[in-house]
Design a protein around this ligand. Structure first.
Ligand code: 0X9
Ligand code: ZN
Length: 419
């Protein structure tokens, strides 16, 4: 089947049937709710109307972003009449339609991919092709790698970038993108960083690959990402069965086998967006990513681990699992964070804020960042939440891909320069 000269298969869509089943967000709304003293009230409304959070936790956040289906809009507005709210998406379906035009990728095998790649979002099939094309264009400095297979058998594909001394001769820098399937901007930003390392003519940037071995995985949750393209644009977790037949998926960022079972840091409910899984590290992708990180740690060691998320414009460092523990090297983390935030701001004026994960955003247990610092003994382990601050949230317009990638690259470049 073809439309606009593009085959469904090339978009990574299985069949017309899977297109027809796509979750509609027509007339859904996203609200920003000022929590104030209304945390319990908001939690009640959410459970009564079975609403999903986009951002924040009523118990600890100043504001939360909540997605509301058309059938619940009237009830929601009546129940929150005494609470300050603001509409972020008037019609989420329309926002998705506006965002969701994939660029066509004509793979020029053997030639360097060009910067036009970053002008739009892409199908998972094209991302896989692009990673291969980028590595193939720089055979002396790059190779395709895999962390293993996903639940549905997809490759967790990455690119390994290296320089003088050859592959595996330096300490590792590991970057993960798209652990949360709906955070599409993260795929593009991680790819942009890989692209810069290989193509930049700036001497400092070109030199990074002679200092570190980079292991870059733009899509660590490929099944979830594919599902956002075939079925539900707002899917977050992986696609693994849970003990409850009606609910699918572990939050990979709550499933790492370190500080896994902390009260308040993750959900025990298989239907929840932050479900930690039935046992520590039992997610198929978690296992693969853990083994991959462990093997770098056991080799030359990990200098820097970073997990790239969206949205909120935050630069974060450990710990996630506790708000009272202080990470060793905390002062250095704080200074790296200040410098990275300033470097980001200098590009397009975008303001990020920063700090430890737990006290800055909320408590998170079983996350990769704490695993990387506590178990894999990464010298530095950090995470970011990219653009925006909620205006578009997960549905960031294509016009913001390049600016977001440019400013985050400045933050990453600052970090690499100041470790
Ligand atoms: O809840 C999360 O996992 C992250 N927020 S998101 O909306 N992207 O899902 C925040 C957790 C802090 N980040 C990491 N621990 N990586
Ligand atoms: Zn995320």
């Amino acid at each position: 089947m073809k439309f606009l000269g593009v085959t469904l298969a090339s978009l990574g869509l299985a069949s017309a049937a899977s297109v027809a089943k796509k979750t509609s967000y027509d007339d859904w709304k996203v609200y920003r709710v000022n929590v104030g003293s209304h945390a319990a009230e908001i939690e009640n409304v959410m459970s009564k109307l079975q609403l999903e959070l986009w951002k924040g936790k009523p118990s600890t956040s100043a504001v939360v972003d909540i997605m509301v289906p058309p059938s619940a809009v009237k009830d929601f507005e009546a129940s929150t009449a005494d609470i300050q709210t603001e509409i972020m998406h008037e019609n989420l379906g329309l926002s998705i339609t506006n965002e969701n035009s994939f660029g066509e990728y004509v793979a020029a095998r053997g030639a360097a991919p060009s910067a036009t790649w970053f002008n739009s979002y892409h199908s998972i099939a094209d991302h896989m092709q692009w990673i291969s094309d980028l590595a193939a264009a720089y055979p002396n400095n790059a190779e395709v790698i895999s962390a293993g297979k996903s639940v549905e058998g997809r490759d967790i594909k990455g690119i390994h970038i290296f320089g003088s001394g050859g592959k595996g001769s330096k300490k590792g820098v590991v970057w993960h993108g798209t652990v949360h399937a709906r955070e599409w901007i993260t795929t593009m930003v991680v790819e942009y960083a890989a692209y810069q390392l290989l193509t930049s003519t700036d001497a400092t940037t070109a030199g990074f690959k002679n200092t570190y071995d980079f292991y870059i995985f733009p899509i660590v949750n490929p099944d979830g990402f594919a599902y956002t393209q075939t079925t539900d644009r707002l899917w977050r977790k992986n696609r693994q069965k849970t003990p409850l037949a009606s609910c699918v998926g572990r939050d990979i960022n709550r499933n790492w086998p370190n500080r896994w079972s902390q009260r308040g840091g993750a959900s025990t409910d298989p239907c929840d967006q932050t479900y930690k899984g039935p046992s520590a590290g039992d997610g198929v992708e978690t296992k693969a990513l853990k083994a991959q990180l462990d093997s770098i740690a056991a080799g030359k060691g990990v200098t820097l681990y970073m997990d790239i998320h969206s949205y909120s414009q935050l630069w974060l460092y450990p710990y996630g699992y506790t708000c009272s523990g202080v990470v060793p090297n905390s002062a250095k983390y704080a200074s790296l964070t200040r410098g990275a935030i300033a470097a980001i701001k200098a590009v397009h004026g975008t303001t990020f804020t920063g700090g430890p994960i737990c006290s800055t955003i909320y408590q998170v247990s079983g996350d990769s960042v704490d695993y990387a610092v506590e178990v894999a003994k990464a010298n530095y382990s950090m995470t970011v939440e990219l653009r925006d601050k909620g205006n578009y949230g997960f549905i960031l317009p294509t016009a913001q891909i390049v600016p977001s990638a440019e400013e985050m690259w400045a933050g990453l470049r600052y970090t690499l320069n100041n470790l």
